[in-house]
Ligand binder design. Structure first.
Ligand code: ACM
Length: 546
């Protein structure tokens, strides 16, 4: 019980006896808890080879059962978990989501073997310590962004990542579906987006200054049914999905498929292919009616795939849109004078506002990277604050909702140690302890503005993560520290108990082992996790503070 991650709000009660789960233990699922009932049976049932049969309907409140129920007087994502020696386990959640987070805690209480998919010690005692836990999250938005554009994560890898998020009580999956290097979602009315835009002939190996290329063609995309499966799988785990279509920058893959989307009066866009290297790309969308109609069509299909209940927010990117082509383009300049705009930042703002209104008309909310503040923030827009805290502070003070994901703190592509063995080292050194000490609400923020901080997100950009093993290495174990920042109450400022967290991590590493996660070991990378000779781009010195 004293090794839970993230740490619960309150826990007590272990007198050493425990409740034993066995072949006769039943599941008593109250109204609205069917999803967690299914999840417990498939995960714990498989790990321990136990049937966890439904309790007979007349047996509620009887012995040897795991009882699930909703009590709406608790916070929606909060739960209470009580263990008694004869009766068994009772998980009471404020909603179906709270019940599910309570079930995740139960799994952790049962030890690392609970994270395997088949029993490794059949017949052994499955003891739940006699816990009494009251718990609930600090933030409502506890997210991870995965970039599947730079390197594609096949569908099974996405489902696995959703399981890993759920195991850490994270509840938002920001799905970065498009970029210069690939378009990853099937759009029926624009088939070339994936026929052409999902593939590249070769890929820069390492940072963009590296001399190395991987000549294996790379790509892939999710069919619309793949997306529906991912969304349903996430929903069953109480994870909201935020799909991102990155516009008007980061769009070379789309332009290579449909050259008329680009600034055809500046360059020959028909000569472009899906980008095969990294950096900020000058080939951005043309601010034309044709572009607006094209992406309205994309979003129409997207909204059908990502329903409003589980995807209230749609991310439109908006980051790193270089304005050089707009400065040179007579078409873009004509649009600016027609609209009475004084600079290209205002043109980007006009573009984002268009989709803010369009999404609002379709019952959704727009979220974008903090560049969407430049030239004026659209009315209902929320902001992912990535270039530090400043954008988030400005947006929150102006009454906009904010997700804090400053690159200096929670970009998991950044290296996790300063030593020479880190594979393809990028950015600042952000150790497990650094992530653990991340404080999302900047001091001095007014209470009113602080209420607009919806939560936090760790971002995983995959330029130098070619496959699942590289992603695992960068994401774990730091995601465990991040999850605790997102979920657990803030101790008094400066009092985060990292030594206590590290002690709990001893057990958590065993859980990650059981799950088959290729994390970075505390002592440094295993030989097969190193990439000697592949250039990264480390930044020396500590990152700037708030
Ligand atoms: C970003 O890292 N360009 C959002």
């Amino acid at each position: 019980m004293d090794n839970l991650i993230p740490a619960p709000v309150r826990a007590g009660g272990d007198d050493g006896r425990g409740f034993l789960l066995d072949g006769a233990t039943t599941l008593t699922a109250g109204p609205g808890t069917g999803g967690t009932e299914r999840w417990l049976r498939t995960t714990l049932g498989a790990a321990f080879g136990l049937p966890l049969a439904p309790a007979p309907t007349d047996a509620a409140g009887s012995a040897n059962t795991v009882e699930l129920r909703v009590d709406a007087s608790l916070e929606p994502e909060g739960y209470r978990l009580e263990v008694e020696p004869v009766r068994g386990v009772r998980i009471t959640g404020g909603s179906a989501a709270g019940v599910f987070w309570g079930a995740q805690t139960l799994r952790q209480l049962l030890g690392p073997e609970a994270f395997r998919r088949a029993p490794v010690s059949p017949g052994a005692e499955r003891r739940v310590p006699l816990a009494e836990i009251e718990d609930g999250p600090r933030f409502g938005w506890r997210g991870l962004m995965l970039d599947v554009a730079r390197h594609f994560t096949p569908k099974d890898g996405v489902l696995r990542m959703l399981d890993l998020l759920a195991a850490h009580k994270l509840n938002v999956f920001h799905f970065h579906l498009t970029d210069d290097q690939g378009w990853r979602v099937e759009i029926k009315r624009h088939p070339r987006l994936t026929e052409v835009g999902a593939w590249r002939a070769r890929t820069k190996y390492g940072h963009r200054a590296s001399e190395l290329w991987d000549g294996t063609p790379h790509g892939g995309f999710y069919t619309q049914d793949d997306i529906r499966e991912i969304v349903a799988y996430a929903a069953e785990r109480h994870i909201r999905v935020v799909p991102e279509i990155d516009i008007p920058g980061h769009s070379q893959a789309a332009i290579s498929a449909y050259p008329e989307l680009g600034n055809t009066d500046v360059i020959d866009t028909s000569a472009l292919s899906v980008w095969d290297t990294w950096g900020i790309n000058p080939n951005v969308l043309a601010p034309t009616d044709n572009t607006l109609r094209f992406f309205e069509g994309v979003f129409e299909e997207l909204l059908e795939l990502f329903p409003a209940e589980t995807s209230p927010f749609i991310h439109v990117g908006g980051d790193e849109c270089l304005k050089d082509q707009w400065r040179q383009s007579p078409t873009a300049q004509a649009r600016m004078s027609e609209l009475g705009l004084t600079d290209e930042d205002e043109l980007q703002s006009w573009f984002i506002r268009h989709f803010d209104r369009w999404l609002a008309d379709h019952g959704r909310r727009l979220i974008g990277w903090d560049e969407i503040l430049e030239g004026g923030l659209a009315e209902g827009a929320a902001v992912s604050s990535w270039r530090g805290y400043a954008g988030g502070i400005a947006a929150a003070e102006a009454g906009h909702d904010v997700v804090m994901c400053p690159e200096q703190q929670v970009y998991l592509d950044h290296r996790q140690d300063g030593g020479p063995e880190e594979p393809m080292p990028i950015g600042y050194v952000r150790t497990l302890e650094d992530v653990y000490r991340f404080e999302p609400v900047p001091p001095g923020l007014s209470e009113e503005a602080a209420r607009h901080i919806m939560g936090i997100q760790a971002n995983v950009w995959t330029e130098v993560m070619q496959n699942r093993d590289r992603v695992d290495y960068q994401v774990f174990p730091r995601l465990a520290a991040f999850a605790e920042v997102a979920w657990s109450p803030l101790p008094a400022p400066g009092e985060r108990d990292f030594a206590g967290f590290e002690r709990r991590m001893n057990t958590h590493y065993a859980r990650l082992d059981a799950l088959g996660v290729g994390y970075r070991p505390p002592a440094g990378p295993q030989p097969w996790q190193r990439r000697p000779g592949v250039l990264g781009r480390p930044i020396e010195g500590p990152p700037p503070t708030v």
